[in-house]
Design a protein around this ligand. Sequence first.
Ligand code: BMA
Length: 329
Amino acid sequence: MNKVINGEPIPNLPWEERPQGCNDVVWRYSRNPLLSWNPIPQAARIFNSAVLPYNDKFVGVFRADQKNGRATLFFGRSHDGLKWEIGPDPIDWVDEKGNPKPLSYGYDPRFVKIDDTYYIVWCDDLHGASIGLGRTNDFKTFIRMSNPLMPFNRNGVLFPRKVNGKYLLLSRPSDSGHTPFGDIFLSESPDLVYWGNHKWVMGKGGSGWWQGMKIGAGPVPIETTEGWLLLYHGVCNTCNGYVYSFGAVILDIDEPSKVLYRTRDYLLTPEKNYETVGFVPNVVFPCANLCDSATGRIAIYYGAADTHTALAFARIDELIDYVKSNSEV
Ligand code: BMA
């Protein structure tokens, strides 16, 4: 049964049925990855990127690591959500007055439509890693707004609507490096400028070691009859480095700092070559989940091994049932 509320129908959602013999609640696209090494002249790798439906087509904000080694953001378009035209140049950001305001770097974007405006949240440089916030109405002019949070913070996700009259932002306070810790917090704002009333949502760990070192919010939460469905990444530390998997939580609809259910087991962990081999091996990192409100089908866009863009699928009712039955809250 379809449990989505406030979503829009996406009849041309990229989709593939679960393969025969597969019992997983999230399954991979058989033609993964969508993007691989050197996908456009200006980028060595495009991954951890976010997409949205737009006028029967799709638009996206892409994390691209350029050949100078720095990450930045590119805009792209697609007819089917599978083949993308990206760039050719990075997004030209301006300030509120229209003056150029280029990024020093930018990565791990999330993309969300609130009312008639498209917002982008990413990891930005504010004399230290912090959360960046920008908006566009036409995908031509991209306005950098003020940074919602102070350094250090390297993972931010906006809710798709105000809750109790406030915009909500999930984030993970961190340090300036490859942070070996991290919990998810929630902040609120009346105007997307002033942020406060910070609340702790959830911490690393649980009994699943895959999330034993740190966690971070994934794509924009999906509003369902059971609460906000949020995919999140969980990281464990091994003798060969960090491993990134992802699971899901259901947050209370009116009080989203309250976790109702949380997966004990991961939904996806690096297994395929394009997830285990690349610039940073053993990473699956979801940044977008498109949900067709008419059918409850979900397409999950995730970065793989900091090199590839890949796609996975799920059904909202199955995912919710799984999160509830696998929950350790
Ligand atoms: C995190 C972020 C992600 C990246 C991950 C694994 O800290 O930088 O962009 O996918 O590390 O390298």
